[in-house]
Design a protein around this ligand. Structure first.
Ligand code: AMP
Ligand code: MG
Length: 486
């Protein structure tokens, strides 16, 4: 177990030089305080969990102290926002503090979000508000616990520094961890500015650091793109299976590692609604829940375009064509398990689609449905769930089909419950839960944020005494509009 002073830095991205990032020092926030820290994320850096209690911890992650061997840099990138190309984005309010090399030989980017203005701030103030830092912290650690690939979060620090959004709020910083902060938009930046030499350097860097096996292939960059397609398909399958709506799938928010990245006005579905739009400025519904699948494909095509100077078109097209079938297979596999089936049958996809159609518009809670389906033997569970549906005849027909399908399944009945509970969370990060915790934190009380984080770190376990975190939203929490200002 290490102390903060013992962290070893190896700043590989910084060494790429000024064409890729700009040196910027963090601008500290006033009266810093620790809001919440993730012991599991501390462990990724081999840090003793007690380190988060030291004043130095809060100072380091609020911009007041720096490691002598860190090299804070703002990265340059561009990207397609809501389908429109924006030629210059970049880290407008976040800094890559450096890359920590842990004892397992892994590199972890330390990215401090809300660290002040940079050359890429455009009209922004370089800050993040407490509410958005808490939302990203909770989501990063909750998605990880659900088995959804994601960036991680080490901590949030709060302050008395005023920040102006729709109202006056206070500034906060989030320390994000990821093996890489390279986005699709990094490649787009060098492609559209015709810096093809740098594009090649970037591709080589990402290959060496993150896709070393692709180096062995006859066309390494083509092989890397194929793997990005595979990883993205696997990630989106998990979003769709668990009802996670990202809300801002711009290409600058897509990680080259295929991990969930840059949390904004995200949501987990409460009542199932395929057309749900969680970002209240997304008027056209471009990033609605069901659109996440075609949009991920679209974003991969944007990345493919940026790689055309390096890879044959045919190879890119071939890999792109894999996206939908890969997604479908991963999604169906996970949903089969959520429904309690150990094996696969041809009719499973249609069976699942019929269920989602019955759920649509009926107000049935998406997460609780699956959890409850596993709580009792199929016949009893179906009888209990039936009352929530509007189309009772439709549900009865589905239920009969489900019962017959369950009886044909080879898995022993007594392990069904454990098997289902292992993929059907009892606790999900519902917006109303985040909202309650944020309201308390804005009053200076961080207990609920910390507690919610702990509960969500074991989403599949029964946690006696925590039932209130497993409830569907009360009326006030059903139609929360989450501002995209952050
Ligand atoms: P986001 O919506 O957080 O993914 O950010 C999109 C782009 O806007 C990125 O280039 C951010 O760095 C930049 N940005 C967002 N908020 C701010 C802010 N308050 N100050 C400066 N830049 C920002
Ligand atoms: Mg972003």
């Amino acid at each position: 177990m290490k102390r903060l002073e013992d962290l070893q830095f190896d700043n590989r991205f910084a060494r790429l030089g000024d064409a890729f990032s700009t040196g910027v020092l963090p601008d500290p926030i006033a009266d810093p305080r620790l809001v919440v820290a993730s012991p599991a994320a501390l462990a990724l850096l081999d840090l003793d969990p007690a380190e988060s209690q030291r004043p130095l911890f809060t100072e380091l992650f609020s911009g007041h102290q720096l490691w002598a061997t860190g090299e804070p840099r703002a990265m340059v990138y561009s990207g397609h926002q809501f389908g429109v190309y924006n030629p210059r984005l970049g880290d407008g309010r976040g800094l890559l503090l450096g890359e920590v090399l842990n004892d397992a030989g892994e590199h972890w980017d330390l990215h401090l979000k809300g660290a002040g203005e940079t050359p890429y701030s455009r009209m922004g103030d370089g800050r993040a508000v407490l509410r958005s830092a808490i939302r990203e912290f909770l989501a990063s650690e909750a998605l990880h616990a659900l088995g959804i690939p994601t960036s991680r979060a080490l901590c949030v620090t709060g302050s008395s520094t005023p920040v102006y959004r729709e109202r006056q709020e206070t500034a906060a910083m989030l320390l994000r961890l990821a093996p890489s902060h390279v986005r699709f938009g990094h490649f787009e930046y060098f492609y559209y500015t015709r810096q093809h030499e740098q594009l090649e350097t970037l591709a080589g860097f990402v290959l060496d650091q993150h896709f070393p096996a692709c180096r062995e292939q006859p066309q390494p960059v083509a092989a890397m793109f194929r793997e990005v397609v595979e990883r993205t398909a696997a990630m989106i399958a998990r979003w769709q299976a668990y009802g996670f709506c990202h809300g801002v799938m711009n290409t600058d928010n897509m990680s080259i590692l295929g991990i969930t990245f840059d949390y904004g006005p995200y949501a987990f579905l409460d009542a199932f609604d395929a057309q749900y739009v969680c970002n209240h400025s997304d008027d056209a519904g471009r990033y609605s829940f069901s659109n996440q699948v075609p949009i991920a494909h679209w974003n991969l095509a944007a990345l493919a375009q940026a790689l055309t100077p390096l890879v044959e078109l045919d190879a890119l097209r071939e890999s792109l064509a894999l996206f939908l079938p890969l997604y479908q297979a991963e999604y169906l596999d996970l949903m089969r398990r959520r429904l309690g089936f150990a094996g696969a049958e041809d009719g499973d996809e249609a069976h699942l689609q019929r269920l989602l159609q019955l759920m649509q518009g009926s107000g049935v809670d998406y997460s609780l449905f699956f959890r409850r389906l596993g709580e009792q033997p199929p016949a009893e569970a179906l009888a209990r769930l039936r009352d929530d549906f509007v189309d009772l005849a439709g549900f009865d027909a589905w239920g009969a089909e489900h019962l017959a399908r369950s009886q044909r399944d080879p898995g022993p009945a007594d392990t069904r419950r454990a098997r289902m509970h292992a993929v059907n969370p009892r606790y999900v990060l519902r917006n109303y839960l985040a909202q309650q915790a944020i309201a308390a934190a804005e009053q200076g009380d961080y207990d609920d944020v910390r507690h919610l984080h702990q509960v969500l770190s074991r989403p599949f376990d029964e946690q006696p005494g925590e039932e209130r975190y497993a409830e569907p939203p009360p009326d006030w929490g059903r139609h929360l509009e989450i501002s995209c200002s952050s």
